[in-house]
Design a binder for this molecule. Sequence first.
Ligand SMILES: CC(C)(COP(=O)(O)OP(=O)(O)OC[C@H]1O[C@@H](n2cnc3c(N)ncnc32)[C@H](O)[C@@H]1OP(=O)(O)O)[C@@H](O)C(=O)NCCC(=O)NCCS
Length: 208
Amino acid sequence: MGSSQSETGITEPVRPPRALATARRFAPLRGFSCGRGGAAWETVVNRTARGLYLGRENRPLTTIVLEDGSGRLIGFCCVGRDELPLRAGRHRGTAWSVLVIGTDRRHRGQRLQDGSSPGDVLLRAALERIAEERGGRDPLVWAHIAPENEPSRALFARHGFDELPATAVVGGDIVWVRPQRRRLAAMVPRPIGARGRTIRRIAAGEAP
Ligand SMILES: CC(C)(COP(=O)(O)OP(=O)(O)OC[C@H]1O[C@@H](n2cnc3c(N)ncnc32)[C@H](O)[C@@H]1OP(=O)(O)O)[C@@H](O)C(=O)NCCC(=O)NCCS
């Protein structure tokens, strides 16, 4: 299949998102900008990109990058375990989190040829990565989002996150949670002579 660059400036097909062995000195993160409108969340993401590039990020996290067919960075996200900032309730404790996500400001508002947004591709990859870390299970995942950050709220809502009411944390952000999920388990016929049952885990929506 050939590659093509549409008016979005994105060469498709985009490369499969990949986790970096280390984000330190990963050049495209150096001057990364998801926006220069002065929104607090843009500043946080831009600073995180630079901190990752400089090797100043101390949290144990995995950085996932989305690059287009020419290798240009479209966006990045970081996943890791973090303390859920809730003092009480059943979601208390440490849980998987999408710590940061951002797409290059030149691609904000753009869609890929299949209709998904770059943020969709990144968030899907983040959730896949977390499931991989958990041996194929989908654990509870959380993120904190500013109430005014409409694009981010819309993105997380599309991927099964719900706002937890009255959970304002530092800076007024609200905690969003994607509950633990069971992936569909398809029963596979037991081979003659085999003991027990074989259960094949398949991704939700996939044909058995
Ligand atoms: C959150 C984010 C990754 C989602 O990316 P995405 O799903 O690819 O979607 P986009 O932001 O590009 O576009 C979503 C909508 O926002 C609009 N938009 C574009 N630029 C915008 C801007 N600077 N400010 C506000 N909205 C903007 C788009 O037109 C689009 O509208 P539509 O859905 O009606 O078409 C991306 O918005 C981003 O990088 N934001 C800045 C960093 C950030 O907020 N990170 C999350 C912190 S929790």
